[in-house]
Design a protein around this ligand. Structure first.
Ligand code: AMP
Length: 115
């Protein structure tokens, strides 16, 4: 765990959050500034900066399983959803701990980009 990382703290319950799923490797909690009716962040418990920071296959599989569990429990598995991960400056990654945004609950539009 990285001591100055907010998502390390949330994922390891040093700081509590609004969790919607958890297993040994990952957890999922609600984004504090939701961009859609469902906006959940899927986060590994170990610290990785981005999706390409040597994340073990087991953890990637756990993140995929977490998406599956979240979209079902949120009731958006049939209506549809979007999964986004920002990596680095051009993507405007703010929190430097790998997280997948799971968005849904309304029509999300055709554009992948805000601008
Ligand atoms: P990104 O630009 O991909 O790094 O997005 C970071 C996301 O984390 C934003 O959508 C924030 O609203 C969200 N966020 C930051 N801090 C917290 C927190 N303590 N609890 C929940 N969500 C957070």
């Amino acid at each position: 765990m990285k001591d100055d990382c907010i998502f390390c703290k949330i994922a390891n319950h040093v700081i509590e959050s609004d969790y919607v799923y958890e297993d040994d490797l990952v957890c999922a909690f609600r984004d504090m500034n939701p961009a859609a009716p469902t906006h959940v962040l899927v986060v590994p418990k170990e610290h990785y900066a981005t999706i390409v920071d040597g994340v073990p296959q087991e953890t990637l599989a756990a993140m995929a399983k977490a998406i599956d569990e979240v979209v079902k429990s949120e009731g958006i598995d049939e209506s549809g959803f979007r999964v986004i991960t920002n990596a680095g400056p051009d993507a405007d990654q703010v929190v430097k701990h790998l997280h997948l945004h799971v968005l849904g609950g309304r029509f999300l539009g055709e554009s992948l980009l805000a601008e």
